[in-house]
Design a protein around this ligand. Sequence first.
Ligand code: 13P
Ligand code: SF4
Length: 638
Amino acid sequence: MPITVETLLTAATPLIKLALAEDIGPGDATSQSTLDAVAPLHGRVVAKAPGVIAGLPVAEAVFHAVDPALAFTAHVCDGQEVVAGELIAEVKGPGPSLLAAERTALNFLQRMSGIATATRDFVDAVATTRAIILDTRKTLPGYRILDKYAVSMGGAQNHRMALFDMLMVKDNHTDGAGSITAAVTRARAAHPNLPIEVEVRTLAELQEALAIKPPLDRIMLDNMDLETMQQAVRLTAGRVPLEASGNVTLKTVAAIAETGVDFISTGAITHSVIALDLSMKITKPTTAPTLSWEERARRAKAALGDRLVILGHHYQRDEVIQFADFRGDSLQLARDAAQTDAEHIVFCGVYFMAEVAAILAKPGQHVYIPNSAAGCYLADTAERSQVEQAWLDLDAALVGQADAEITPITYVNSDAALKAFCGKHGGSVCTSGNAAKVLIWAFAQRPRVFFFPDQHLGRNTARALGIPGRPAEEILLWTPHRPPSAEAIRRAKVVLWPGACNVHQRFHPSDIAAVRARHPGIRVIVHPECDRSVVELADSAGSTTHIIKEIEGAPAGSAWAVGTETHLVLRLQREHPEQLIVSLAERPPYCSGMGAITLRNLTETLEALARGEFPQQVTVEAETAQWARVALERMLKL
Ligand code: 13P
Ligand code: SF4
């Protein structure tokens, strides 16, 4: 069970008391002597570096513990990724109280956000694999619940909480009891209801652990090298979930995940915390009228009139999407971009979407993105040079006939150069809204498809079209470091690039089981960027527009668990109070690229345009744009 905010606050309350006593003691000598006791101050907590926020309820509790008159407003949620300069929270109230609480509140928030940020780095490093990151008991003494809550906000799962909630037979227990089997027998006899995990050091110990009946709940591969781990995965063949442990670092974690283990535990995320850089800027509340970002955006937009069109993807924040003239999924936005006549197109979405708009723009139209760092994790999983090398390998296996035998299809979430590659080689772009249509078209051209970068959309679409996976092996996952054999390539109808989205990768079959247990009869709807195991268990899968339409068309009283980015799920909740709408995951995932567009950077873009400047213009080199347009137009014609 994930740690609830209630449990978090119960654990944090004595720690807050201790921390405040240590910091304030009998009183804040400076603030009490220099400031008026009741004159209000205004504090703004701002991120000085990008990261993942965790601990907002604890920070709020610190301010309230010092003075219940302090009003705390969070501007982001725990688990949300923020950009440098972003406003995290505001606190208003009596100056001496605000200053007395500031350091302690920030200490909690910075430490917890540091853990969440480090965790997210590990989670992202393995997002193209099926491995799940776990924490350990290497937490700050007394802070177990806080540290583990922060880990879960970073997107990892919590391992056992402590010694009492799971049996874990380690080397010392095995040596003490005489053998793994003897230790397990004794542990199970004493605690038949606790889940049990066993640590193994060698393949011989693994064999012994695998022979135990009933099967163990999990086996830990302790400090094994990569080759032994691979052998362990082959030997286990899915009979018991495997956890890799020992010396896991950000540098090694991806290679460990690629061995095929189910879990990877790491102490580094909690024992070597680097606090996230947050600061609190204090000002006196001003009576002089200042324009809000919202009002400034409204005025700049009005000043630009018909010369401007704003396109917004469904994953954008509400404060941004309210300014979008057109909101849609990536297919709809590509169509909107191709049809508008406005001189300035401001794209509120991730970079590849703005690139598509720039490629489809008419002469004289310019495309801008409010933050050019708004990237897509999935798009970055396929580099042009890697894909070109794969094409050469495919061509060799198909005896120089790649251009006659295999159609390259790129998901729109990709670099412009990959779209151009498809244009040149007779292929097309697809989106999550038309992937099946595009694949059917592709098979009408040539007998095989090379699909990149999203393996999940490719696999889900191919399977829905009746192309078998195992054992027929007509769907082949490409491995760039060790290309498949020519024989495997010739057997394949669909070759998949091994990319994935780090947001949709965070939904698991266990989430579906949990949500169905909590809400019997609930319908599960997911985006096809989710793993096949999730899509198979869901009631429906489709693009963001598909998800919105299904929910809009459902009768009042319907219940939905939605497996996609959190901003959209929260908006659906607000727009459909007549239905029960929950996120499929206990810890709803946010897309950091989409979140990099803020009301502030949108406003600054609009104001710059209104002043006649050209901020953050998105351009694509002419030849790349020409071939990418060929691939995009093939898709738009279908
Ligand atoms: P849609 O095309 O469904 O909007 O998806 C785009 C995307 O990036 C999903 O993660
Ligand atoms: Fe890319 Fe995933 Fe974000 Fe969509 S949700 S923009 S695929 S990272």
